[in-house]
Design a protein around this ligand. Structure first.
Ligand SMILES: [Zn+2]
Length: 367
């Protein structure tokens, strides 16, 4: 079997990666649009980047109006600043949202060089050809796949994630776990993604509870940063499946953060998906320490998964504050949007619209 491996052109990983990245950034352009969010700016992280650029005499302008997950209006505003300031590269620094926005600005500007610097261990956006932008006119979160927006440079510095609050650590860590498990149980899985997926899953089960418990545990933050990157490389080459397909519509309609909606769905969706590939779920159970036949190891995986969700206090739909009636009224639209994204079709078990509709209904019942 032949398969492809797509990754950023260069990745700098580890302590002080940002401090050491100046020369590599300078090779990519002379004036950067920094795309970020207000919290990252307030935490002083944008200032660290500015210092690196100033040391190398790289000109820049800052856009920090990415509030929540990107929509076409925010991206349009960032693109206007890019044009009016005559930039020639774009740097996304923050969680998945500023990074996805940077990708969108690059695409709108004829694919200028992109530098991505994650400050959370989760989205894996720094490693992928994907970005999501919500279309405000239809309230639909669009997944765009475009190999031309894989970054020229990814900078993964675990010290940037130390200030992430507990809820963000939980949500983004579960996003990374969802990427790794979905890639391992995807129709598009390859031997390359398999080894990275298992490695990421093992790290996340071990270190996410630690990073959640004490945010300044730098060893846990470092392992989570590696895991999120590995999981990003996995989905870049093996895609996501049912969980992400069903998660995006919940995010678009009810503004539930991406990692939280994945975490709400993961147990239900994977319990459905496992019938198609029990041996794959058993592999995951085994690397987490389970023993026995495929069924026993799969069952153990789901027990470990439920424990993790409980430990890091993932809310249910109703705990998060969704309105039951509004949720049920939108199940038709969510099902259509989930199917249209193409992600559910990557699941090894065959899935129909009716199955997705039922899963959305059952998801409320457990909540
Ligand atoms: Zn995701």
């Amino acid at each position: 079997m032949a398969f492809q491996v797509l990754m950023p052109r260069k990745t700098l990983i580890g302590k002080d990666a940002l401090k050491l990245a100046g020369k590599d950034i300078k090779e990519l352009g002379s004036k950067a649009l920094i795309v970020s969010g207000r919290i990252v700016e307030r935490n002083g992280i944008v200032d660290w980047l500015k210092q690196v650029l100033e040391t190398e005499k790289i000109d820049y302008t800052v856009f920090t109006d990415i509030v929540g997950e990107p929509d076409d209006i925010m991206v349009g505003n960032a693109k206007e600043v890019y044009d009016s300031e005559n930039c020639d590269m774009v740097i996304g620094i923050g969680g998945g949202s500023p990074q996805d926005s940077a990708k969108a600005v690059s695409a709108l500007s004829g694919y200028v060089p992109i530098v991505l610097i994650p400050t959370t261990a989760g989205s894996g956006s720094e490693a992928t050809k994907f970005y999501c932008v919500t279309e405000t006119s239809t309230n639909t979160k669009k997944l765009i796949t475009d190999e031309r927006i894989i970054p020229s440079l990814a900078i993964i510095d675990p010290s940037l994630s130390v200030t992430a609050p507990k809820s963000v650590t939980a949500a983004t860590g579960m996003d990374a776990l969802t990427h790794a498990v979905e890639a391992y149980t995807s129709r598009k899985a390859t031997p390359y993604t398999d080894s990275h997926a298992l490695s990421a899953i093992k790290k996340i089960f071990e270190y996410l509870p630690r990073a959640y418990e004490s945010g300044d545990d730098i060893e846990a933050r470092t392992q989570m940063a590696y895991a999120a990157y590995e999981a990003g490389v996995c989905i870049n080459n093996a895609s996501v499946t049912l969980v992400h397909g069903m998660s995006r519509p919940i995010g678009a309609l009810f503004h539930v953060p991406h990692g939280i909606s994945n975490a709400m769905l993961i147990d239900k969706c994977l319990s459905f998906a496992k019938e198609g590939c029990m041996e794959r779920f058993a592999d995951i159970g085994r690397i987490l320490g389970a023993q026995g036949n495929d069924k026993e190891c799969t069952d153990s995986f789901f027990i470990y998964l439920k424990d993790l969700i409980k430990t890091i206090e993932i809310p249910t739909l109703s705990e998060y504050g969704l309105d039951r009636e509004c949720y049920f009224n939108n199940i038709g639209k969510m099902t259509e949007d989930a199917l249209a994204s193409g992600s559910p079709a990557n699941t090894i078990r065959e899935i129909t619209g009716k199955d997705i509709e039922n899963l959305y209904r059952q998801l409320w019942e457990i909540s």
